[in-house]
Design a protein around this ligand. Structure first.
Ligand code: ADP
Length: 381
């Protein structure tokens, strides 16, 4: 342990992407300087944290020895190792029960189904026959998913319309474990961010809505344009899941609002892209509340301070434009909050986000879009 690592609240974060970067920033605000386990010197959070140490996530044991509490920004973890660390007294937050559910989509579905939560029909796909049997009962399209989380930007979901497409996905992903799900009649995609302290004190943020283009989230709106009944049900559902899993820290619950009601899509046991707006739109951001929760400190309020918040993700384009070169134009869009992650541009890579608060979603979206266009080097902004 280096001498400059503070003795009080020794927090370690495994991973050093933008989630770790913003969590680190929130901790620094509280006078806590977390230590990061990064993989590359140009990882987004490593650029902002001089005290980062470098190593594969599997080199966790040595890292854990220097920390009082360890939290994670991704799910590419060795669960056996985490369990051994937890058994030897390390404070792994969220605990391994939650990490196991976030880590393995089949396990997650089974846990949720066994506890009576609404999930799509699912089945493991061990062979092409498994998939053919599934489609014979539930018909096409079928949703194929990788059971384990991949690296950022790696495709892990395929909506296949027929047997031919399905077989192509199976053969291209022969080295990955896959599962099949029935296609959901989605009206809206919602996310509820819940934060929970050890012992069960829980708060939920307003329900947000994500808007995807080509399977990628471009825009996040908060609060979601859903009625009071759906919003209340979504928050209750997410809170019950956090309780069931004994989650500690942020648990993001992705939901589909379908013609049949709410269905749980996915859980992420860490701050989530759909909660980035909370930095400006709530008194306590998801990052700060994550830090507070994992360190068992009092949670802060989660209500929204403006009627509408819109976040647009800044994704790398094929033209190689670097948003950092257009910072000045983006900042000229009055009132928009610009966040850049310090990453090198690559097509499809999340390079930053912008958030706008306004009296209604139309206004907020217009402001956020102008800043996004400016960062992408497009005119007029
Ligand atoms: P990722 O890990 O890439 O976020 P998701 O499970 O969230 O994967 O799926 C990505 C997108 O695919 C979802 O946002 C949704 O639009 C679509 N999708 C996933 N599962 C289903 C399903 N069962 N039915 C219909 N669409 C789905």
């Amino acid at each position: 342990m280096s001498s400059d690592f503070p003795a009080l609240y020794r927090l370690g974060i495994v991973g050093a992407g933008q989630i770790a970067r913003m969590t680190h920033q929130a901790a620094v605000k509280l006078g806590i300087t977390p230590r990061l386990l990064a993989e590359e010197s140009d990882d987004s959070a490593a650029l902002a944290a001089p005290d980062a140490v470098f190593g594969h996530p599997d080199s966790l044991v040595g890292f854990a020895d220097t920390c009082e509490v360890i939290t994670f920004e991704h799910e590419r973890l060795d669960l056996g190792l985490l369990r051994r660390l937890e058994e030897s007294g390390a404070k792994i937050r969220p605990g391994t029960k939650t990490v196991a559910a976030a880590f393995d989509k089949m396990h997650q579905r089974r846990v949720l189904l066994n506890r009576g939560f609404p999930v799509p029909v699912f089945s493991e796909v061990r062979s092409p026959d498994d998939l053919i049997d599934f489609s014979a009962v539930f018909d096409w399209p079928v949703v194929l998913k990788s059971i384990r989380a991949g690296r950022p930007g790696e495709k892990g979901v395929w909506i296949v319309e027929n047997q031919h497409e399905a077989m192509a996905v199976l053969s291209e992903n022969a080295d990955r474990e896959l599962m099949a799900e029935n296609f959901q009649p989605i009206i809206k995609e919602l996310v509820v961010i819940v934060v929970r302290r050890p012992g069960g004190n829980t708060r939920a943020y307003p329900v947000t809505e994500t808007v995807q283009t080509d399977g990628v989230v471009r825009e996040i709106r908060s609060p979601a344009s859903v009625g009071h009944r759906v919003a209340t049900e979504a928050k209750e559902l997410a809170t019950r899941i956090a309780d069931e899993l004994d989650a500690v820290g942020v648990l993001a619950v992705e939901l589909f609002l379908t013609t049949e009601g709410l269905v749980v899509n996915e859980l992420a046991a860490r701050p989530h892209n759909a909660g980035h707006h909370t930095i400006e739109s709530t008194p306590t951001s998801q990052f700060e509340n994550h830090v507070r929760a994992v360190l068992d400190l009092p949670l802060g309020p989660t209500w929204q301070v403006a009627p509408a918040a819109v976040t647009m993700n800044i994704l790398g384009g094929f033209d190689g434009v670097d948003p950092a070169e257009h910072l000045s134009e983006a900042l000229s869009v009055e009132g928009v909050h610009v966040h850049l992650y310090g990453k090198r541009p690559k097509p499809g890579r999340k390079l930053g986000h912008v958030t706008a608060l306004a009296d209604d979603h139309e206004l907020a979206r217009d402001m956020a879009r102008r800043a996004e266009a400016a960062l992408q080097g497009r005119r007029p902004w």
